[in-house]
Structure formats: C-alpha cells, structure tokens
Design a binder for this molecule. Structure first.
Ligand code: GCU
Length: 667
C-alpha cells in the first residue's frame, strides 16, 4: 500500500494515519495563530471528507487555506512543521540583568543549499542539522558534524572572520554546547542581541523560535526545553536579502551576516518586568510618569519604583493589562542634557523580580520650528554613523568600537549622532547616555521597500516596536526615524504614516522623523514631501556638489520649505580617499571634500529653520556598491575619517564650525 503523507506536523497523528490508509494525500495543518489543528484530505478527494479536530471554519476558508499552504515559502512551511513555537518576546535592559553569556566560539556549517533543513526534494527534514548529529533509528547517517566543523566567534559577523565568507550570503548553521542546572520558579530566555537577517533556533533538537530582522534583539523562552547537565543550541542564520524584507534587496552597506551581537541565557522569576516606560513629563522639571509591565503578574500585584538618590520610593498596583502606572514628584531631579548627562539608578521591583537600570530624565518636544530639550531650544551638531568597526571593519559590537566612534564625535565638537540606517548595538546608546550625545535611531525602511505589501508593513512595525522597546529607557535618544530616502508614492505615504502613528502610540515622549528626498527645480530645492505633515521633525538628504552640481552651486541654491517645522539635514557630503590630494575641483581628493563642506556650511547657515545636521558620514564604511579600484575598493569614502582612523581635511572644517559655533541657529 503506497501512502503519500505530506504532514506539516507529525504528532500523535492517528487521524492522519486513518486518512493515509485510504491512499490519499493526508495533511495535518495547524494554524498557529488560531491554535487549531485540522486533519485534511483534499476535500476534492472522494475518499475522505474534511475532518476538523477543534474549530469550525467555512469550507471556502479551508480551500483558501489549502491554496495558501501551497504557496507558503519553504521556510514558512518549515516554521509550521516544527512544534508550535511561541513568537519571541523582548526583554528590556537585559544588559542590567544577571545573564549566562553564550558568547565565544560556535561551531558553524556554511549551508548555501539549506541542506541542513531541506531534503533533495525541498521537503523539510525531520532529521536536519538542528538535531546536532542525532541519527533516527533506520534514518540516514548524518553527513555533518558540528564538533569537527570550524568555529566562528560570536558576537561578530562572519564576513570579516573568514576570507571565503567575505561575500557570502545565505544560511549559516551555528552550534553551541553548554551545561545548565534548572532552578525552580525560574523562567529562562535565550537572548539574541541581533542576528542578520532571519534566524531559526533549536534547543536540544526542539524548535524554540524564529525571528526576522537583522538589527533588533529577540528573546526565546527555553525553560521547558532545557535539561540538567549538557544542552546544545543550534541556530540557522540566513542573511539572504529579500525583496519583501526590511531592508529590501538594495542597500549601500555591507550585508554582514551572522550573530553580530551578544547572545546569552537570561533567568527571570515567574513574574518579571518585560517592558517599562519612565520619563520626565513634558512641561515639568520634576514630575516622572510612566508604567511598568509585569509578565505573568496577577492583577493587584504590587510594583515599586525607587530612585534612592532622589528619595523616591513609589508603589503601584498592576492592572488587568499587566501594567502598573506611575506619576510622582522628584524634587531634586537634575535633567539629563549633553552638558550634564546625569543618570540615576532606578530600581523596579515587582514580586520576586528586581531590575536596576540607569536612566536619565529629560523632556524633548517641538515648538514651531524649534526643538526644545528640557524646555530650551537646541541645535543638533552631529554626524551620521554606520555600525562599522574602526580599523578591523565588520559590525561594531564592543565597547572599544563605541568609545572610538563617539570619541570622534566629541572631538568634532558634536552633541548629536544619526545612527544609520538601523538600530545600532545597545552599547552605543548606553554610551551616548553616559557621554551626553543626542541620538537619531532608525529602522531600515531604506529606499524602495515593498510599500504596497501589507506583510512588509507588519515587518516594519515589528522592527519599530523592537527598536523602541529596547531603547525607550535611553535619555540620549530624542528622535525615532521611520525611513530613509523612500520614493514618494501614495502607498509609501500611507505605509510611513502608519509607522509614524505607531511610533507616537508606543512612545509619546519622543519625536518622530524620517530622512526625506528633496525635489529640485533648477537651483531651487523644495522640501514638500507629503509625509512631512505627519513628522515632528523633517530630515532631508541632499548631495549638492557630489551627485549633482558643483560644491560652489550650494552658494546659489534657494530652499523652499513647505512645513513650519524644525529641519535636520540628515545627509550631505562627498567621497574622498584619505591621502589623495589635488585641486579643490578634483573629485576623490581631500581638497574637493573640504571645499564641498565649506560651501555646504555657508548654504546651511542660510536655512533659518535648520535645527540640526548629520553629514554623511563620520567614517568610511564597506559597501558592495562601491568597487572603484584604488579609491573605493568596496568602501563608501564619504567618511570624514578613513576606516583606519585617519582624519581627512574636511574633519577639521566641520570641527571648526562646531567648536566656534558658526553653524547652528536655535532661535
Ligand atoms: C544615500 C543613502 C546612504 C548612502 C549615501 C551615499 O543618501 O542614504 O545610505 O550611503 O547616499 O550615496 O553615499
């Protein structure tokens, strides 16, 4: 008897067995979101009626679902085939919790064909690499062995660790053994600071979660998967670029793949803080307001917030939504600012959980064309930064990298950075908090993403949520950016307006912006992108003197601005190869770049509502779009500093303007 079984979930499947006996295709389907399970034989099959195990759905919905199933991408089918896995959650202030680090060397297998997950017919394997060499009785002998496979260091991208992986894009398997002793009343999460781009995680051969997005953290509950003694984690990380991804196929930065940030096990009590928002109330200097969300808490449970240095010790009850809300006076509070980056130890204490965080309190708001910090107008003297590590290149991910990059910002005389084009490592925003550097943080809705694809909006909203949730406690961050250089279409405006609304809803205490493109009519530059209506602050990118016109043409440029809002020039600049010298009109030379900056600063002084700037860019960074031999060599050379820390002439032009305060009107 030949049976064809296409089981999306094999578990206690006597029903499927029943179908199979009728020599038909048997499909067991579980709709994760509905937590329902169905046994379906093709309803057009005359052998076996549709049989539902738990819930009723109209027949046409079944048909729709069957059709949907057939077009689901392989990986999605994979996801469904695994034991149902809860979507990852996101713990906050993990860097202030006791953790068991899993950083270090992980065994790895480069798997361009996804052999570790798919059979030769593209069917998902039940004995994939996630089984870590386990051979099912009568199963095929494993043709892989993590223990004998080369290691990669975590956290770090794979591209700069092995010559052969420099251009590699595709699935990479990671395996790590560790021992653990379970503790009663303790929940355990596997924390990933970031993994580019799609991640699938198994613990002891059991699927625990998956995540899409290369620059935001996620936490997978592994409590029930751990055992006392030896355990192993297997991850598949796939940095294949997707048309329906965020970012999409085209970017002007290197698609560094892998486990690029810290990984660890985080232990929390049954009831624990998974999110909170405590900030200085606008219009006040001493009132702190906000909420604490306690996962697993019984309503009426008590939560306290104490700030010993301010004699604050406030209690509140958790509501049915798991939130305890707070508003209290802190009379001696010193507001956080670049000049005085005052942080306070804040203890949040519900039930058995106790989280201590370091938080600065400040207000940021807009009044007409001004940006007000703690009620006073401010000018953002900044520069844009990519998360590229100085000297060694690759993803920046340690304290030394961050100290170097932000140290240069202070050397420039800056009080502000634009972290482009994605959320950077949490070390960067923590350091900005301590150094008093204001931050623009952005999600990689970059260039032409699929704005008319609802699934892509969901991905963007997820990344926005993760960015805000991770860094809501950072005083340094004053601006959330929802996009960079996106084409002005109706679908895009709707898409981005939805993100702006989401950002305001999730964080009403900060400003929302985006880096817009500018229209050009002759020597007139026009900022009238319809998205401007929804933004608190308008960011705009212009490349007068590099991609268009000459540096001198900046002097003749007229600016037309449709909005009575604060403006930030989020990008301007030009490429220069460090050490290449020549006439000011010789492209790629330091003199050309310096000349461009002189004319830009002159022009920008003339834009009355300009309240900030972040020239492109602090340091040269790798880009696959920049192959010009002897000059670019796969680097974007618009840095004021080379990737080897060498300062170009333009660095000193900008430094002089910032230190002498010759740029930057606040009134
Ligand atoms: C764009 C873009 C950057 C890019 C820069 C450049 O404006 O936002 O990501 O690197 O231009 O062309 O150098």
């Amino acid at each position: 008897m030949k049976t064809y079984r296409n089981t999306l979930r094999i578990r206690g499947d006597d029903a499927a067995m029943e179908c199979a006996s009728k020599e038909v295709f048997a499909t067991t389907v579980e709709i994760i979101s509905l937590k329902q399970k169905f046994i379906i034989c093709p309803w057009f099959s005359r052998f076996c009626p549709v049989r539902r195990t738990r819930a009723s759905l109209p027949l046409w919905a079944f048909a729709g679902y069957l059709f949907g199933m057939s077009i689901l991408s392989a990986s999605a089918q994979a996801a469904i085939q695994e034991p149902s896995v809860a979507p990852p959650t996101l713990l906050v202030a993990v860097d202030h919790r006791p953790t068991i680090s899993l950083n270090g060397d992980w065994h790895t297998i480069v798997d361009p064909y996804g052999t570790g997950l798919y059979t030769f017919h593209g069917k998902l394997r039940t004995d994939g690499y996630f089984m870590n060499g386990y051979q099912a009785p009568g199963g095929e002998a494993p043709e892989y062995d993590f223990q004998k496979s080369p290691v990669l260091h975590v956290p770090r991208d794979w591209n700069t660790q092995r010559e052969s992986l420099f251009f590699y894009e595709g699935p990479m398997w990671y395996e790590k053994d560790f021992s653990y002793r379970r503790k009663p009343g303790t929940r355990v999460f596997f924390h990933v600071g970031a993994a580019n781009y799609r991640s699938y995680v198994w613990v002891n051969g059991q699927k625990v979660c998956e995540h899409e997005g290369g620059f935001t953290p996620f936490d997978c509950e592994v409590t029930s998967r751990l055992k006392d003694g030896g355990n192993f984690i297997v991850m598949a990380v796939d940095n294949t670029r997707l048309a329906d991804g965020i970012p999409t196929l085209q970017t002007d930065w290197w698609n560094y793949g892998g486990l690029t940030r810290d990984v660890s096990l985080v232990e929390v009590p049954e009831q624990f803080i998974d999110d909170f928002d405590l900030h200085l109330k606008r219009g006040t200097q001493t009132v702190i307001e906000g909420w604490v969300h306690v996962a697993g808490a019984a309503p009426e449970a008590q939560t306290t917030v104490s700030i010993p240095e301010l004699n604050v010790n406030e209690a509140a009850k958790v509501g049915t939504d798991g939130r305890a809300t707070f508003q209290f006076e802190a009379t001696k509070l010193e507001p956080w600012s670049p000049e005085h980056p005052r942080l306070y130890r804040v203890h949040i204490h519900p039930g058995q959980d106790d989280l201590e965080d370091e938080i600065g309190f400040r207000t940021v708001e807009v009044r007409g064309t001004q940006i007000l910090l703690n009620g006073s107008p401010i000018f953002l003297r900044g520069v844009s930064i990519h998360a590229e590590a100085p000297y060694r290149t690759g993803r920046a991910n340690n304290d030394e990298d961050m100290n170097m990059l932000l140290g240069w910002v202070h050397e420039l005389g800056g009080n502000y950075v634009r972290l482009a084009h994605y959320p950077h490592d949490e070390r960067m925003t923590r350091l900005a908090d301590r150094m008093g550097i204001l931050v623009w943080s952005e999600i990689p809705v970059y260039w032409a993403v699929e704005f008319d694809n609802p699934a892509v909006l969901v991905k963007a909203e997820q990344q926005l949520h993760e960015m805000i949730r991770r860094d809501r406690d950072k005083a340094s961050i004053v601006l959330w950016s929802v996009a960079n250089e996106t084409p002005v279409t109706p679908a895009r405006v709707e898409f981005l307006k939805a993100l702006v609304a989401k950002a305001h809803e999730q964080d009403p205490a900060r400003l929302v912006t985006a880096a817009l493109l500018v229209r050009t009519e002759g020597m007139t530059k026009i900022i009238d992108d319809p998205l401007g209506e929804a933004l608190d602050v308008i960011g705009f990118n212009e490349y007068i003197g590099w991609y268009e016109h000459t540096p001198e043409d900046a002097d003749k440029t007229v600016w037309k601005i449709a909005y009575d809002k604060p403006l930030i020039v989020s990008e301007f600049g030009g490429d220069a190869k460090y050490g290449l010298h020549g006439e000011p009109d010789t492209r790629w030379t330091e003199e050309y770049q310096a000349n461009l900056y002189r004319h830009q600063l002159l022009m920008l002084r003339g834009i009355r509502q300009l309240r900030g700037m972040s020239p492109w860019i602090l340091m040269d960074f790798r880009s696959p779009r920049r192959p010009l031999p002897g000059i670019q060599d796969y680097f974007n050379r618009k840095g004021l500093i080379s990737d080897q820390g060498e300062k170009k002439e333009a660095f000193y032009i900008l430094q002089k303007a910032y230190k002498e305060g010759t740029i930057g009107e606040t009134e």
